[in-house]
Structure formats: C-alpha cells, structure tokens
Design a protein around this ligand. Structure first.
Ligand code: ATP
Ligand code: BTN
Length: 320
C-alpha cells in the first residue's frame, strides 16, 4: 500500500461526516490508534482542518466532496487520471508527453509542488480546490502558446457565467480575478522545438472553498464559493465542465486562432481603463491599461502614447 493510501482511506471515512473514533478508524484499517493519530497529523499537513473531541473522535471542520475517477471518466471522452496526491499535475503530464494522446487530463486533490509562472508556488491544500491539467499537441507550434492561455482564460470565465457565477474577471495574461482578488491561475507549459508541433500542457488551479487560515499566499485571493453566494457547487461536475470547456476551446483555437477575440477579452479585463504598472525584469512602466490587441499583447496608454507589450516575463500590477 502506498504511504498515503491509509490517509486517503481515513479521509474517505471522515468525508461521510460526523465523528469517527481512533478505534473505529484503526479497526477498519488494521492499525493502532496511535498510528491513526500520526496519520491525522499528516492529513492536517495537507491543509485539511480535522479536529478531535475526547471521547468522540475526529471530525472534519468543513465537509469535503472528494473527486471520483468513475464519475469523471463516465462523463468525459478524454483519458482522465485522478492522482489524489501529486507533486504537480502539469509536471506529471510534461513527463509523459511522448506517450499521451491530445486531450489527456490529470487531476489531483493535493499538490506538494504546485507551481505558477516562473517557478512561483501554487498553494494546493487537499480537497478544497481544483487542480487540473490537460495535454495538447499543438500543430501551430510554441509561438501560439501565449494566445492559447488568453483564450482559455476567457472560455473558463464564460463557462462560469453560464453556471450563473458572474463578476469573474481576467488579469493579463493568465489569472482569474474576483473583486480584485486572485481566484484562479492558468499555466501553459510546453516542450518542443521552434518550427515543430508543440507538446503543450495547460494547467488550471481554481480555488473553490479554501480555508481562510491557508498559509503561504502572498497576495489577496478569493474562492469560488464567495462568487457562488448560496449556490452549491458539485466538485466533480465543475471539473467535468472545466475539462469540456478546455477541450472545446483548444479545438476552436486550432481552427480559428484569435479572430474576434479582442472584444471578448476586453469585456472581462479586470484592469481595463485603470492605472497599472508593468514589471518587465527590473524595468517598470506605468500607464492606463487598455485591454489587449489582436496578437494578445497587453496595451498601455503611456506618456508616449499607446504601447503594446508581449512576452512571458511581464507582470501587471494595479496602481490603486
Ligand atoms: P503574474 O503572473 O502576473 O506575475 P502573480 O503574482 O499572480 O502574477 P503567478 O506566478 O501567476 O504570479 O502566480 C503565483 C502567485 O499566486 C504566488 O506567488 C502566490 O502569491 C499566488 N498564489 C499561490 N497559490 C494561490 C492560490 N491557491 N490562490 C490564489 N493565489 C495563489
Ligand atoms: C499562475 O497563476 O501563475 C498559474 C497557476 C497554475 C496552477 C495550476 S494547478 C494545476 C497545474 N499544476 C501546477 O503545478 N500548476 C497548475
């Protein structure tokens, strides 16, 4: 049995709700109460809020709906792998690009080394968010990858709108925002040579019900349950919708590229017509954000007129 299988079994029992004693959990798994207590500490280390009451046992502070490989696979044509505990779903697919078919998906409940752009950390507590990646072989090659991350962002926001989850916005090039707080990030990574088809992995981290006590995030963040107000969100259904949306968007991008895309982006741009700073290496350029152009470059109204900026090393920051 893998080291974390015991913890997953304990979590499965706890996710049914109510209290479960160390004795009951131990009997079920054929291990001692002391061993259960050690595993509970490990589970807490994954970011799950479990508390214990003497004489009653352990309970989850908030219910968790686990992802279900069977439900996901039955509702998707894609090849789906749910790997509950992983380093990074993007890395998992990148390591296997030679044997995967386009559209293959990897999902996780917890990432030990979830990452954002330029190696920054993506904080990935167990069972409270969505972490998913899709592999795609892009005939247009690596030059088309920036456009891809913009197009995917718009499609995801539109899919949320279709579910009645409105007011989600975009920050160039790869973030979803809600009320000026980061709700999700999209990370496009690739392997391949210039001129040849590119092996692309598109990863998305979407916060659903992350605990306020979560450590390690250095900027304001939001969860989808704030956006949803009282509407219930089924995690498996949401994952299915996100995967279907990603697949459809990649198909369409291969066929139509970015035609007609600028207006769609600009409607959802969180910073349009607001004062911003662009960070390009050690250089800072200030101006008013004016959305994007047809190449997917960010537009900035500066003292020198309207300027466009494109490239992977640029970060946009609000000045308000
Ligand atoms: P940019 O990409 O424009 O430089 P960014 O600061 O958001 O913007 P990214 O690399 O895109 O940087 O994302 C990683 C950052 O996101 C981390 O430095 C952290 O502050 C934040 N972050 C990490 N995990 C989460 C999370 N689960 N939810 C929201 N924000 C997170
Ligand atoms: C960002 O905002 O910079 C992008 C964050 C992307 C996070 C997702 S979670 C699933 C996939 N696996 C990773 O390691 N990162 C992406």
């Amino acid at each position: 049995m893998k080291e974390y299988s015991v913890k997953l079994s304990i979590l499965k029992t706890l996710s049914q709700g109510g209290f479960h004693s160390g004795e009951e959990l131990g009997d079920k798994l054929g291990i001692s109460r002391a061993a259960i207590s050690k595993h509970i500490k490990g589970i807490q280390g994954w970011g799950v809020d479990v508390f214990s009451v003497q004489g009653k046992g352990y309970q989850l502070a908030k219910p968790i709906q686990l992802l279900d490989q069977g439900v996901l696979q039955n509702n998707l044509a894609n090849n789906v792998e749910l790997i509950p505990i992983i380093d990074s779903t993007n890395q998992y697919l990148l390591d296997r690009v030679d044997s995967l078919e386009s559209g293959s998906v990897c999902l996780a409940e917890y990432q030990a080394k979830g990452r954002g752009r330029r190696g920054r950390e993506w904080v990935s507590p167990f069972g409270s968010n969505l972490y998913l990646s899709m592999f795609w072989r892009l005939d247009a090659g690596i030059a088309a990858a920036l456009g891809l991350s913009l197009v995917v962002g718009v499609a995801i926001v539109e899919a949320l709108e279709d579910m009645g989850l409105t007011s989600v916005k975009l920050k160039w090039p790869n973030d979803l925002y809600y009320q000026d707080k980061k709700l999700a990030g999209i990370l496009v990574e690739m392997s391949g040579q210039a001129g040849a088809a590119a092996n692309i992995v598109i990863g998305m981290g979407l916060n659903l019900m992350m605990s306020e006590a979560t450590q390690g995030i250095t900027q304001p963040w939001a969860s989808l349950f704030e956006v949803a107000k009282n509407q219930e969100i089924d995690r498996n259904q949401l994952a299915i919708t996100m995967i279907t949306t990603l697949h459809r968007t990649l198909d369409e991008y291969e066929r139509y590229g970015m035609s007609g895309f600028v207006e769609k982006w600009n409607r959802l741009d969180n910073f349009i017509n607001r004062p911003v700073t662009l960070l390009i290496g050690s250089k800072e350029i200030t101006g008013i954000a004016r959305g994007i152009n047809e190449q997917g470059a960010v537009l900035l109204e500066t003292e020198n007129g309207l300027e466009s900026y494109i490239g992977g090393e640029i970060s946009l920051r609000s000045r308000q």
